[in-house]
Design a protein around this ligand. Structure first.
Ligand code: NAP
Length: 290
């Protein structure tokens, strides 16, 4: 029998992900700014006015919020999910958050008989809209089997990578690499433009040769369209670098390239660009980084 689903956090990623679930199942939705939840309610979702109401109405609760602070806000307190969670319920957290908070919340819900599953995603806003995300899951095997059919409605590649916490660890490592790809693409593309090369020529070679990466393709497109609208915000990019450096620090692992990316990106955020797309690091370069 189909289970009752809930979804908390309807931002750039969460809204289209919840919409994909809604195409196949009844879904109860909550968002801090109620307008976004009302838009999905107009398409058939059940509207909740607190995370607790989602927990009361759902067996499986999907979450997609910004960071550790946001996740604690929707989980804790009298209106939080944990206040109403009980045996057999599952929380599937798609947000990118710290391994340490994941382990704490996992233990807290386990004490109430419920289960935590970290399932961060990669593939960007386009992947969320097209249901082509890669989803990396940290969970017990029987919990993974129960949620997998729902995850395949939002993602093209769904992978069980280990017990609770390992999904977040993998995501943080993956984003460390993509952040460094971003910094490399930014520096190379700006140098190319300074050297009088056309964006077309840079694109033709760099999206096919050994310099190719997701970030090169994305940034060339953004520079061409001069588009600052967030697909992945500067704030979230820096948050993920902070998570990676914290994980490295906890393990006594030295990550000098990540540390350089972190300080350059922190300086960019401090200029006031936190809500712009991460590509504003390149687009704003002539004004602020020369
Ligand atoms: P977003 O558009 O900024 O959405 C953030 C969501 O979190 C919104 O629903 C927001 O509610 C909610 N939120 C923030 N602070 C909150 C708080 N204190 N209490 C309750 N709710 C709060 O961000 P996004 O791009 O969807 O990213 C969501 C997560 O996915 C992040 O962890 C990000 O790192 C990860 N991610 C993003 C991408 C991407 O390309 N965008 C790709 C992979 C992973 P409001 O609407 O009320 O602000």
């Amino acid at each position: 029998m189909a289970e009752r689903l809930g979804f908390i956090g309807l931002g750039i990623m969460g809204y289209p992900m919840a919409a994909h679930l809604l195409e196949h199942h009844p879904v109860t939705v909550y968002n801090r700014s109620v307008e976004k939840a009302k838009q999905l309610a107009a398409k058939g979702a059940q509207l909740a006015y607190s995370p607790r109401q989602v927990a009361e109405a759902s067996e499986i609760i999907f979450v997609m919020v910004s960071d550790d602070h946001a996740l604690k806000s929707v989980m804790e307190g009298g209106d939080g999910v944990i206040s109403a969670i009980g045996p057999d319920q599952i929380i599937v957290d798609h947000s990118t958050v710290s391994v340490s908070l994941t382990e704490i919340l996992g233990a807290t819900v386990a004490a109430k008989g419920a289960r935590w599953c970290d399932a961060p995603v990669t593939g960007g806003d386009v992947g969320a809209k097209n249901a082509t995300l890669t989803i990396m899951v940290g969970a017990d095997p029987e919990i993974y089997r129960r949620i997998e059919p729902y995850l395949t409605l939002m993602g093209k590649l769904v992978l069980h990578v280990g017990p609770t916490g390992k999904g977040q660890a993998l995501k943080v490592v993956s984003n460390l690499v993509s952040a460094m790809n971003l910094m490399a693409a930014a520096e190379g593309i700006r140098l190319g433009l300074e050297a009088g090369l056309s964006l077309d020529a840079l694109e033709a070679v760099m999206t096919h040769g050994s310099a190719q990466s997701f970030e090169v393709t994305k940034i060339v497109d953004r520079v061409r369209r001069q588009d600052f609208n967030p697909g992945f915000s500067v704030a979230n990019r820096l948050k993920d670098l902070d998570l990676a450096l914290a994980l490295a620090d906890n393990l006594g692992f030295s990550a000098p390239l990540g540390a350089a990316a972190q300080s350059l990106f922190a300086a960019h955020k401090a200029l006031g660009f936190q809500s712009e797309d991460e590509s504003s690091y390149v687009l704003r370069w002539p004004e602020f980084h020369d």
